[in-house]
Each structure stands twice: as structure tokens, then as C-alpha cells.
Ligand binder design. Structure first.
Ligand code: 13P
Length: 248
């Protein structure tokens, strides 16, 4: 059985004081054990400078943490990059890889995303690999082709390590726009990804949905058969909202 997972992506938001309040509320609000309920996991992916703060705040909780990117390299002359091995030293379990904001604004190619996923796994980090189509691609009926291509690059690079990833479907047109995919639209793409995972002998990989997830729509989205949880941007900055999503 796939344990549900909700991951908060703080993006480039936060500050020491605001983080402390948010983390405190999350620790207080997220139960320490799952007594009898469906197993569920919660994590936050935060800006690099706050990893130490988050590690100190969350280490005695059941909430995991991670980064929003990771280098494709293990060490060396790569100014500004952060290696998986460094993230491990700060207790990270996860790193987002191939978020659409990085694919678009930092020109990350499918090949680079695959190399980062490989580097994350080699360094002991679970990559949360993001795929998703733009509005133009959806309108051109290219959704299946785009996510299949993005997934295929990762599957080819990881081979038998593919079962160790988390996948996230984030339609670009739904990110930060308030326009969430309908549960049926999400399920359609998740089913496609599940089929591709099954073919690659990685049927148990969790596939999260991301894009304007809120407490108000989380339940309907997470009720879909192939939606195993969420990757939450804006709503992860509000403790009550984020905890309500985690309970959905
Ligand atoms: P929003 O939840 O703010 O739409 O962001 C989604 C996202 O990009 C999470 O990675």
C-alpha cells in the first residue's frame, strides 16, 4: 500500500522568524503517531539557508524536510550549486527535481533533470521529480506526450533505481494561478504515469498532484485512485491550511 505523502514547497519565501512560527505550528498540529489511521507522511522543502533551522525544529517530529533543488554533481567547481551529500548532512530526505519553475526559468532540460535525480539517489536523497504540461501544450493536446517524454528521460537514467523516487504531476497552468486541475483531469494523467511506472517495474512509486492545492480541494483530488498526495506551494506557508491538506 502506498502511504500518502504531502510535501510543502515554500519556494523562495520565508525568513527566520516567520519560519519559526510556521514550523512550531506544524509540529504542534501534526500527530506524532498515526494510530490506526491510513499511514500519511508530511514534509517541507525549504530554501537552502533554512535547512539548519528546519532540521533543529523538526528532528524530534514526524515531519520530514528537504531542498528545492540539488546539483547533478557530487562536488567540485560548481559555484552556487548544492550537492546531495550536503543535503544529507542537514537531515534532508527529499529534494525537488525538475520543478517547472526551474525547467522554465533556469532552462533545465530533461537530461539535466534526469542527471539531478541520479545524483540525488546516489547521495542518499529521494528526488521528488516534477513533470507537467504548459497551457499551450494542453491546448495542443500534447499533455500525454509531454509528461511521457519528461518521465521517460528519468526512467531511462535511473533504470532499476526508479522505484526509489517520488513523482509529482504539476500542470504548469495550475501553479500559483488558483486554477486547479479537476480531480478527473488529474486522475487521467496520474493513471497514465501509473501505467508507465508499472511498465518500468516501479508501480509503487507515489505520484503527487501539485497546482493550487488548497484545503478546500485536497480531499476530492486525493480521493482519486492514482493520486497519492500533494505537492503544495502557496498553501504550505499557512500552517492551518497545510495541516488541513495533510489530513484530507
Ligand atoms: P501552488 O500550490 O502555489 O499552486 O504551487 C504549486 C507548486 O508549484 C508546488 O511545487
Amino acid at each position: 500500500m502506498r502511504a500518502s505523502l504531502v510535501v510543502g514547497n515554500w519556494k523562495m519565501n520565508g525568513g527566520l522568524a516567520a519560519n519559526a512560527r510556521l514550523l512550531d505550528a506544524l509540529v504542534t498540529g501534526f500527530p506524532r503517531d498515526d494510530a490506526g489511521e491510513t499511514p500519511r507522511e508530511l514534509a517541507v522543502c525549504v530554501p537552502f539557508p533554512y535547512l539548519g533551522q528546519v532540521q533543529a525544529a523538526l528532528s524530534s517530529s514526524r515531519i520530514a524536510w528537504g531542498a528545492q533543488d540539488v546539483s547533478a554533481h557530487a562536488s567540485g567547481a560548481y559555484t552556487g550549486e548544492v550537492a546531495a551529500g550536503m543535503l544529507v548532512e542537514f537531515g534532508c530526505r527529499f529534494a525537488l527535481v525538475g520543478h517547472s519553475e526551474r525547467r522554465q526559468m533556469h532552462a533545465e532540460s530533461d537530461a539535466l533533470v534526469a542527471a539531478k535525480a541520479r545524483a540525488a539517489l546516489d547521495g542518499g536523497i529521494t528526488p521528488v521529480i516534477c513533470v507537467g504540461e504548459t497551457l499551450a501544450e494542453r491546448e495542443a493536446n500534447a499533455t500525454a506526450a509531454v509528461v511521457t517524454r519528461q518521465f521517460g528521460a528519468v526512467a531511462a537514467a535511473l533504470g532499476s533505481d526508479l522505484p526509489r523516487i517520488v513523482l509529482a504531476y504539476e500542470p504548469v497552468w495550475a501553479i500559483g494561478t488558483g486554477k486547479t486541475a479537476s480531480p478527473a483531469q488529474a486522475q487521467e494523467v496520474h493513471a497514465l504515469l501509473r501505467g508507465a511506472l508499472r511498465k518500468a517495474r516501479a508501480a509503487d512509486v507515489r505520484v503527487l498532484y501539485g497546482g493550487s492545492v488548497k484545503a478546500a480541494n485536497a480531499k476530492a483530488l486525493f480521493a482519486m485512485q492514482d493520486v497519492d498526495g500533494g505537492l503544495v506551494g502557496g498553501a504550505s506557508l499557512d500552517a492551518d491550511e497545510f495541516l488541513a491538506i495533510a489530513r484530507a
